[in-house]
Design a protein around this ligand. Structure first.
Ligand SMILES: Nc1ncnc2c1ncn2[C@@H]1O[C@H](COP(=O)(O)OP(=O)(O)OP(=O)(O)O)[C@@H](O)[C@H]1O
Length: 863
């Protein structure tokens, strides 16, 4: 057996091998050590040949569902090796083979999956390290996606989809690790898999198409390689029944607001930064079905950029919000639907349990009234959703006809198929049932015959039905009975008559199991043709669930419908922070604030104010309200007019890349550089205390020049909120027309600071940092000393006149781009004159090229 084990183990050296031996799954050597550590099961050592020992740890086979998820969640790949023939029939050693390879990225096991989250497997491919092909598959839902993008775009996708496992080419782990961080579980596959031919062929074979044009991904060469690798991996892991993967979709990034992963993290969209905190998702997620929940997560990181699609969502939310009857009906029916998407995937992979088939019927039954209600809505979008719902009545009715309403979880327990479905089955059941009845009669008859009142007829696996007689009555047993077993207090016998009936009953039971399985499998088989329709239903239901969730949240939290337009202004009146407002004590209401930003009058707001005043909250709430509006959700404000934004950037607080060997300041500058290089005039940018990771003067200088850049650069005029403790930056307002100063007001009463939390025009002078230090319980000796030092420093500053250098900075700025022509440089002015004197309308293309060459020579001469 160990020889057989070693052979199988050799094929899967990197997986924990669960080796079926009798009623147990056993693990050996290193696998046993790993399994015992992760599962907390006993590790034993057993002799293995002369003077050798092997470690051993195992668990009963029926506990697989408990132990398997633990191994997978710990990031292990698990190969399940089963007995492929009946041990009783095997002449030598039982034939064994791998029946499934479960890995963190490929799982359909309910205990491994998290209901509210997708479980993606990804594959990455790149030839030059600049452009990456990426593909995602959730085998539990059948969703299969691909695209191509640069490093940053790919990084964002990875953080949005959080794949549990990433497939890459052999030998490229380090390269990908450096690009995307070591937190992912990379798995290397052979190089031949990552080739265009192999991948295309595999995809075409799966989809049974001649090319990939129908999916609109034909042009994504790298994406196709990655997608093909995913299907190859399913082959390797023995996942061959995958008819629920019905299409390969391109992730069309251009349709969505770009949010980099720092922004997703620092705005706490999906996960809170601190344990015990709340994310925006926690507040907005009132979805009822797991599908709705998964879709909402996706929506949160992919806000829309197109007025019509957003308005469509908002229209539905408003409708659900108003139509309380429809809302009530939806709530009731959605709760019956369960995880339709995953259930139908299970049907495809041949793992659907009888109970899940019934759940599918219940879900399809619940879809009918939703469809009717949607179809009679006066809103066209909702009617459209109704049209897309298909109650699949034929299969629904067939399930109802054939499967009992409350079947066991496992098929082999029997009692799944209804009476009246199959004549043979009914007959067999009669035999089995009356046979058992007969045994009871027989028992009574024997009691009467022998006068042994405690005589019992029972069954065990070793010798079938038997009669048990306690020792006290042993002598009354007739000679014709055959003794089979002697216990301490009793004897067990069999009789000819008993054996004959046993055969009849057991034969019937075995046949029942076979007939039930055949009927059940035929039903599951016929489910397969409904996969696309049911997946379509799942998508509509998920969408309805998300929009209903928005309507509920809007009602509970007094949100209003935002107005979305193509203008360049963000105009929020009475805006609130959706998460913080829910966490404040009841006697401390959240103070609402107005924020206005546009391209021409108020592009950049510098917000100063003491520590703890509420600057960060204000920054974030502006981004959150904008984002919520663009995912089609109502927003916490009195009114909100949102000119669509194309990207949201945040540079907020310190990040935690320290583990990657970068200093806090380095991380801050990396992120800031990334923002500067990627903003457009439609972007929204939040800078919270930029530059604080270095010396004050360094910090001010960098902050100043970045703000100046955003103000001046023609392509970078992004709407910007800049919270800072550097009051010096307030000077900028005087010289830059679209920069405005605001501060979050406080009141000082009797040496105490009262936070008013109101955003008011104008700069502010103090930071009250020492006050906050006092609030935090810093020893008095320290705060007193700080006050003294502060006074000295401020006095010194006043003497030297801080305003002098600031004045110089303002006057000596060169600006960006335009400055080219303002310089007195003789060469540059010659270039300017050359250009100005050109008569562009009468220039032939050749003359234009020659002119360009001349200008180049002038500039070269300068160098
Ligand atoms: N508008 C508001 N209404 C009520 N409470 C608020 C408001 N804004 C902020 N707060 C509360 O004040 C706390 C501090 O706010 P925030 O972190 O925004 O201050 P800050 O000005 O950025 O401080 P620092 O400069 O120290 O970073 C928040 O955690 C929140 O509890």
């Amino acid at each position: 057996m160990m020889k057989q084990y070693n052979e199988i183990k050799r094929q899967h050296p990197d997986a924990v091998l669960l080796f079926r031996v009798g009623d147990f799954y056993e693990t050996f050597s290193d696998d046993a050590i790993t399994a015992s550590e992760i599962l907390g099961i006993t590790l034993t050592r057993r002799a293995n040949g002369a003077a050798q020992f092997v470690e051993l740890a195992g668990f009963p086979h029926h506990a697989l569902d408990t132990y398997l998820p633990k191994l997978v969640r710990a990031g292990k790949r698990v190969a399940i090796c089963d007995q492929l023939e009946d041990p009783k029939l095997a002449k030598t050693i039982v034939k064994r083979g791998i029946t499934e390879l479960v890995t963190p990225g490929v799982s359909i096991n309910d205990n491994v999956l998290v209901h509210k989250e997708n479980n993606f497997l990804a594959a990455l491919y790149s030839t030059d390290g600049k452009l990456f092909g990426i593909s995602f598959l959730d085998i539990s839902t059948g969703e299969f996606l691909t695209t191509e993008g640069n490093r940053d775009e790919t990084d964002k996708l990875l953080s949005s989809f959080s794949p549990k496992e990433i497939l890459i080419e052999r030998g490229s782990k380090r390269k990908f690790g450096e690009n995307f961080g070591q937190d992912y579980l990379f798995y290397e596959l052979d190089d031949w898999i990552f080739t265009d031919d192999a991948s295309r062929e595999r995809l075409l074979a799966h989809f049974k198409t001649k090319n990939l044009k129908g999916f609109g991904v034909q042009h994504l060469t790298l994406g196709i390689v990655a997608s093909g690798a995913i299907l190859h991996y399913l082959d390797i892991t023995q996942h061959t029944q995958i008819s629920h993967i019905t299409s390969l979709r391109q992730i069309d990034d251009s349709r969505y607001v770009k949010l980099d992963k720092f922004t997703v993290r620092s705005l706490e969209l999906i996960t809170p930064m601190n344990e015990g905190g709340k994310s925006l998702l926690n507040i907005l997620d009132k979805t009822i079905s797991p599908m709705g929940s998964r879709m909402l997560r996706r929506w949160m990181v992919f806000p829309l950029k197109d007025v019509r699609s957003i308005d469509e969502r908002l229209d539905v939310v408003e409708n659900f919000f108003r139509e309380t009857e429809l809302k009530r009906l939806l709530e009731e029916k959605l709760s019956l639907i369960g995880d339709l998407e995953r259930i139908i995937s299970k049907a495809a992979v041949g793992r659907i349990s009888p109970r899940e088939v019934v759940q599918l019927k219940v879900a399809l039954m619940a879809i009918e009234p939703i469809r009717e209600a949607f179809l009679s809505s006066d809103n066209a979008v909702i009617r459209g959703m109704g049209e897309k719902l298909d109650p699949c009545s034929a299969i629904r009715d067939r399930i109802e006809r054939e499967i009992v309403p409350d079947p066991p979880v496992q098929l082999n327990k029997g009692g799944v198929i209804r009476k009246g479905v199959d004549e043979q089955l009914d007959e067999l059941r009669n035999i089995a049932f009356s046979g058992k009845d007969y045994l009871l009669q027989l028992q009574q008859q024997k009691i009467d015959e022998t006068g042994i009142p405690s005589l019992k007829i029972a069954f065990n696996n070793v010798f079938g039905y038997y009669i048990e007689v306690r020792n006290t009555h042993k002598d009354k047993v007739p000679d014709t009975w055959i003794r089979k077993q002697t216990l301490v207090n009793a004897e067990r016998y069999i009789t000819e008559e008993l054996k004959a009936y046993e055969e009849k009953i057991l034969g019937a039971e075995e046949k029942i199991a076979i007939v039930e399985a055949t009927l059940y499998n035929a039903l599951v088989e016929s489910l397969l043709e409904y996969i696309p329709a049911i997946q379509g239903n799942a998508a509509v239901i998920a969408r309805a669930d998300c929009l209903l969730s928005f309507a509920k949240v809007a009602g509970e939290n007094r949100y209003i419908r935002p107005e979305i337009n193509d203008s360049d202004a963000i105009d929020i009146k009475g805006g609130r922070h959706p998460v913080i407002e829910k966490q404040l004590p009841p006697d401390e209401p959240y103070v609402a604030n107005d924020v206005y930003l546009d391209r021409d009058t108020q592009q950049i707001i510098i917000i100063t104010g003491p520590n703890m005043a509420g600057k960060s909250a204000l920054l974030r709430q502006t981004a959150l309200i904008t984002l919520m509006a663009q995912i089609g959700c109502f927003v916490p404000a009195e009114s909100a007019k949102i000119g669509l934004v194309d990207k949201i950037f945040t540079r907020v607080g310190a990040s935690d890349n320290i583990s990657l060997g970068e200093s806090t300041f380095m991380v801050e500058m990396n992120e800031a550089a990334y923002i500067i290089n990627n903003i457009t005039e439609r972007s929204l940018v939040l800078f919270d205390e930029l530059g604080r990771g270095t010396s004050t003067y360094d910090g001010i200088s960098i902050a100043w020049s970045i703000v100046e850049y955003i103000h001046e650069h023609p392509r970078a005029k992004a709407k910007t909120l800049f919270a800072t403790h550097y009051h010096e930056l307030n000077e900028m307002e005087k010289s830059f027309k679209r920069i405005k100063n605001y501060n979050v007001a406080v009141k000082e009463v009797d040496n105490k600071v009262i936070f008013l939390r109101k955003l008011v025009p104008g700069g502010s002078e103090h930071s009250f940092g020492i006050h906050v230090a006092k609030m935090a319980g810093m020893p008095q000796s320290i705060t007193k000393r700080s006050e003294a030092i502060l006074q000295q420093m401020e006095a010194a500053n006043r003497r030297q006149g801080i305003n002098k250098p600031i004045k110089d900075i303002v006057e000596n700025r060169e600006g960006y781009q335009l400055s080219f022509f303002q310089l007195d440089d003789p060469v540059l002015s010659q270039v300017r004159d050359e250009i100005l004197n050109l008569d562009v309308n009468n220039l032939t293309p050749l003359e234009a090229l020659n002119k360009l060459n001349e200008i180049k020579k002038i500039v070269k001469g300068k160098q």
